[in-house]
Design a protein around this ligand. Structure first.
Ligand code: FAD
Length: 465
């Protein structure tokens, strides 16, 4: 496809990854007139949403030479956000009543998200830009002081090669490399969890009660003798209403080799297995930047607005680093900014000014007591217990809507819609067992969403309820 005639400056751009971030980055880049090559090591689009029953041989992913399984999706997974707010802004994630094989639920299963991403790729002819089964091995400046980038790759048939690009957009995902709590005994990380069967009749400790911890503990409770969640914050005071064998505790104090686990409140449980739902680490094994970009305690930096390393901008950029935020919308708006900066339509500040901004940002996080590992944490601070004590002017730092508004202003695009933001705010507060099927508090927002959707695909959009 040739670039549109009104393009300001067309660049030759590599995108690494064809998950939800890489797909929309590729679309936005081509819309702006850039030439795009997407490298994807899997056989298909979808990234994390490509479910596989296979797990890695090493249940805690400690061996660096292990075979990597990309996905962390478990069989029973349904989205943790309602579908209306989860989709891209101009390609609504609506139900498909014309196709009986599709999941019409408001919080659909993982297959439906995968189908949505496939639909998106088809609609915008993205597959033709993708080199499937091609793993990027190295990304580095093409030469000293060069503004170009060398991308070395190897395809599944063993063919290796390299190409030179004006820019590289990194969209490799960050839910594959586990973060672990260090304790002895029989353990797995949620990355390697698929089904509850191995835990039948066992006493299981689940560490962590964010989305995966909350889901997986309930999944295991269907077959296990007992499940004990070790939770940070005051969440441990709430007990499940449905599963009488599911117990919530404060965090773990000690674990002994006989399997006994002592919680902070002194209670002791003899466990058969421990499941770590402790999150993931950022990892860019292919990136050679001479130390300009590092990962320290899960801070990827220095990065201007979580995207551009000042010394290497705009040639190198990262889409999708902030966690907790509304992911697909964020990928889209970040991509619009990167795209317009690459074409020269939008200017970045000088390297020094970007660096000053980054240093000031880190200093503010420190002064507010926000640990380094939460650098890329963006959400609605009001609804997140960890941050609810922040004053409004402090909360701006980690507010996703402030971030989206700022980017929208930079590149002259629309920011987050009122209904989308409100749906997200309502959804992230929910932690009851039944929140995915039992909701009646945002009908008005659903109607607002569908009024907006009618602008895009009038023939395919239908009522959600
Ligand atoms: P990925 O989907 O991980 O895609 C990265 C791609 O890069 C992959 O296809 C991979 O093969 C490729 N790649 C990596 N390295 C290389 C390389 N060297 N060479 C070539 N290709 C490479 N978000 C929501 O909005 N709603 C939800 O309900 C939700 N549920 C989630 C549940 C779980 C268990 C997890 C872990 C996350 C969930 N998320 C959810 C967040 C989710 O990660 C994002 O929605 C999104 O799918 C991530 O997209 P991505 O493109 O950044 O990464």
């Amino acid at each position: 496809m040739t670039p549109p005639p009104n393009s300001i400056g067309s660049r030759n751009v590599a995108v690494i990854g064809a998950g939800a971030a890489g797909l929309v980055a590729a679309r936005e880049l081509r819309r702006e007139g850039h030439t795009v090559t997407v490298f994807e090591r899997q056989k298909q689009v979808g990234g994390l949403w490509v479910y596989t029953p296979n797990v890695e041989p090493d249940s805690l992913n400690i061996n660096p030479d292990r075979t990597i399984v990309h996905s962390s999706i478990y069989q029973s997974l349904r989205t943790n956000l309602p579908r209306e707010c989860m989709g891209y802004s101009d390609f609504p994630f609506v139900t498909r009543p014309d196709d009986e094989s599709r999941d019409p639920r408001r919080y659909p299963d993982h297959r439906e998200v995968m189908r949505y991403l496939q639909d998106f790729a088809k609609e915008f002819d993205i597959n033709e830009m993708i080199r499937f089964e091609t793993e990027v091995l190295c990304v580095e400046p093409a030469a000293e002081n060069s503004r170009e980038w060398r991308v070395q790759f190897r395809s599944s048939n063993g063919v290796s090669g390299e190409d030179i690009f004006d820019a590289v957009v990194v969209c490799n995902g960050h839910f594959t490399e586990p973060r672990l709590a260090h304790i002895p005994g029989k353990q797995i990380h949620s990355h390697n969890y698929r089904v509850p069967d191995p835990f039948k009749d066992q006493v299981v400790i689940v560490i962590g009660n964010q989305s995966s911890g909350s889901d997986i503990s309930r999944d295991i409770a269907t077959l296990a003798k007992e499940v004990h969640i070790a939770a940070k914050s005051d969440a441990y005071e709430k007990e499940s209403s449905i599963y009488s064998n599911l117990h919530i505790h404060p965090t773990i104090d000690r674990v002994y080799s006989d399997g006994s686990v002592v919680f902070q409140d002194g209670k002791v449980v003899f466990a058969d297995a421990i499941v770590h739902c402790t999150g993931y680490k950022y990892c860019f094994p292919f990136l050679e930047t001479n130390g300009y970009v590092t990962v320290e305690d899960n801070r990827v930096g220095p990065l201007y607005k979580h995207i551009f390393p000042p010394a290497l901008a705009p040639g190198l950029s990262f889409i999708g680093l902030p966690s907790m935020a509304l992911q697909f919308f964020m990928f889209e708006i970040q991509s619009k900014w990167v795209t317009s900066v690459l074409s020269g339509r939008v200017k970045l500040p000088s390297e020094d000014n970007m660096m000053e901004d980054v240093i000031a940002f880190y200093a503010k996080l420190k002064s507010l007591g926000i640990p380094k590992r939460f650098t890329h944490f963006l959400t609605d601070p009001q609804w997140t217990p960890m941050f609810e004590k922040l004053k409004p002017h402090e909360a701006v730092l980690i507010s996703q809507s402030e971030y989206f508004n700022w980017i929208a202003e930079q590149c002259g695009c629309s920011s987050i819609e009122h209904w989308r933001e409100e749906q997200y705010n309502i959804a992230i507060k929910k932690d009851e067992d039944t929140f995915r099927d039992d909701w009646d508090d945002d009908d008005q927002l659903i109607q607002e969403a569908y009024r907006d959707f009618a602008k895009f695909k009038p023939t395919k959009v239908c009522c959600s309820t």
